[in-house]
Write a protein that binds this ligand. Structure first.
Ligand code: GTP
Ligand code: ZN
Length: 352
């Protein structure tokens, strides 16, 4: 039996700076998120000052801390040995790439064997779900109140999404529209679908739009999200009928705060791909199975998809949706997003 609700409690605990425990196959890890800790909490968590620091492979590679254990998975979690000079401030510098250029790290640091790699990987996932930097103090814990990686799988399982509300919603450019909201019992935000027009016997034109507060609401020129959102509604309306899925996957799944950290790194000269890696995240942490589930709940198994991103097509097909056609969704660049669009074309396979 899995317990996805316990994951919601763990997310809440991490954000408050409280420890959580994750039970892996071989051992249980007790974890304190570095971002929400302070020297005092660290002392209470680890009075002897021996708890190593857990980082993602991407972050460790940025810090030139390759995992020295031969059998370690190349993209697996990395544990940094706790040595006397690795105090709270130094751990913060390991966790937060914004300090990389300003404060050269002391050291030397040594990567040590990860005893519970499945629990460690689950911890990094939990940090992403919590919108926190993926970095922890980690020590052996007891099984009391520990969550498991399977609990996190259950928490993220798209099949648990259901429709919880719907209403007519005329919007600018598409007056004959209906909004449908979806959620699971634990998720804080809800995904929505905007059904535009009436079914006409053809597969609906569908747009998967990932939340971008800066672009969608504030009109940010750093990306193409705002114009893409408006243009998607217009294209669907013109096509006769279709569905806009608004997915709460801000920052390609790393959350608003971590996206803003990525933006700060972009101000230092890193592109959108390298910024995510330096933070310790996947380049794209979104789960498009959610969109597959939403379409299935709406009774639409065959669609036409408005996107330049081949990963979206592949992920929907893996989720059992037939993508009968990919329709390009290109908008003119502006001086601020030219580099971003070029990176999407050159490094993330977008067909631009
Ligand atoms: N982490 C991160 N997320 C970003 C950045 N710029 C935009 N985003 C997010 O990226 C998502 C939009 O995805 P895009 O990669 O622009 O486009 P796409 O949806 O993959 O592809 P298309 O369907 O072709 O538009 C939104 O969740 C944005 O918040 C960035 O520099 N870093
Ligand atoms: Zn955007």
């Amino acid at each position: 039996m899995t317990n996805p609700r316990a994951v919601a409690t763990a997310v809440d605990a991490l954000r408050r700076g409280w420890p959580v425990a994750i039970r892996g196959r071989d051992a249980t890890l007790k974890l304190l998120a570095i971002e929400t800790a302070d020297a005092e909490r660290l002392k209470a968590f680890d009075p002897e000052g021996v708890a190593p620091v857990l980082l993602s492979a991407g972050r460790a590679a940025t810090l030139k801390l390759a995992n020295q254990r031969e059998a370690a998975a190349p993209d697996g979690p990395v544990l940094v040995e706790r040595v006397p000079w690795l105090d709270f401030d130094t751990a913060t510098a390991l966790a937060d790439p914004q300090l990389d250029l300003a404060t050269p790290l002391k050291g030397p640091f040594r990567a040590i064997e990860v005893e519970a790699p499945d629990a460690a990987a689950a911890a990094l996932r939990l940090a992403r779900i919590s919108g926190l930097l993926p970095a922890f103090f980690a020590t052996r814990g007891t099984d009391d109140a520990a969550i498991t990686p399977a609990d996190i799988d259950a928490h993220e399982d798209a099949d648990r999404l259901r429709i919880v509300g719907r209403a007519r919603l005329p919007v600018a450019g598409a007056e004959d529209s209906e909004i449908v909201a979806f959620r699971t019992d634990e998720m804080p935000g809800e995904h929505v679908a905007l059904l535009i027009g009436q079914p006409d016997g053809n597969p609906p034109l569908v747009r998967l739009h990932s939340e971008c507060l800066t672009g969608d609401v504030l009109g940010s020129l750093k990306c193409d999200c705002g114009p893409q959102l408006k243009a998607a509604i217009a294209a669907i309306e013109t096509s006769g009928w279709g569905i806009l899925l608004y997915l709460r996957q801000e920052g390609r799944g790393i959350g608003l705060i971590n996206k803003l950290r990525a933006y700060a790194l972009q101000d230092q000269g890193f592109d959108t791909v390298d910024a995510n890696t330096r933070l310790g995240f996947a380049v794209d942490a979104r789960d498009f199975a959610v969109a597959g589930r939403m379409l299935a709940l709406l009774g639409q198994r065959t669609i036409r998809l408005l996107t330049n991103n081949p990963d979206k097509v592949a992920a929907l097909e893996a989720a059992g949706i037939i993508v009968a056609e990919r329709v390009a969704h290109k908008l003119p660049p502006n001086p601020h997003n030219q580099g971003y669009l070029a990176t999407k074309r050159d490094r993330t396979g977008h067909q631009l």
